[in-house]
Design a protein around this ligand. Sequence first.
Ligand code: ADP
Length: 265
Amino acid sequence: MDGTRDPQVEPVVRLEGVSRVYGGARNRVAALDGVSLGLGAGSFTAVMGPSGSGKSTFLHCAAGLDRPTSGTVRLDGVDLASLRERALTRFRRERIGFVFQAFNLLPALNVVDNVTLPLRLAGTRPARAVVDEVLEQVGLSGKRGSRPGELSGGQQQRVAIARALVTRPAVIYADEPTGALDTRTAAEVLTLLRQSVDAVGQTLVMVTHDPVAASYADRVVFLADGRLVGGLEQPTVQQVTARMQELGTWGDPFAGRSAGHGVRR
Ligand code: ADP
């Protein structure tokens, strides 16, 4: 089901034995510890785990924002370790979309200019038809000239999603995309992310601590202490909640950090 064992179908994202170690001999922390995972085209995967379990490190390594200590990350068939810094930056701009909890829009730019920024950074002239299409897709056709400050939180996140979609990336990484939104707005944003997978076959990876958000995904993978400790296909909120409870506390960052370091007493 995860596309990792079918030789015919190379997954869009492929991690093989990925470890990321911080610190030295005395304070060594394996933030990721031998993670292998394949994510097929058009799949929607949620990554969950207690605080300190390695979710951010996973996202950073999978997106080429950080280099693993060992192991390989292949994205769209390219071994990220084979790219020097400048080529990696270009590759990220062209092949990866990002959606963040805090939207990360430029306040001085209107909707169209925010959405087309990645294209312009990549030196491409945005095609009006493509921009119109993504704005239509996220329901913001009527807001082309608005600045972020004139939009609601949900609308701002939809601008960020349009910005991620506009380069037609191989994969979109979303880091707690609904963390700053109320429940109803979060549901709208999650529905939109789900539609981008269903309608245009977008491959999507979302880090979240919210079982409701995770239930929109096709699959949830769970991290604990930097290791993959299981997964759920077609997850329900109840299943995800139960699994998270087994893995230890979440929501309380202090308790989570203790669990992440394995020093719970
Ligand atoms: P999560 O996103 O699940 O909260 P992280 O990936 O941020 O987890 O962190 C995983 C582990 O790696 C934690 O124990 C954290 O303290 C440690 N860690 C993360 N980044 C660094 C860093 N730059 N230096 C040292 N330790 C780090």
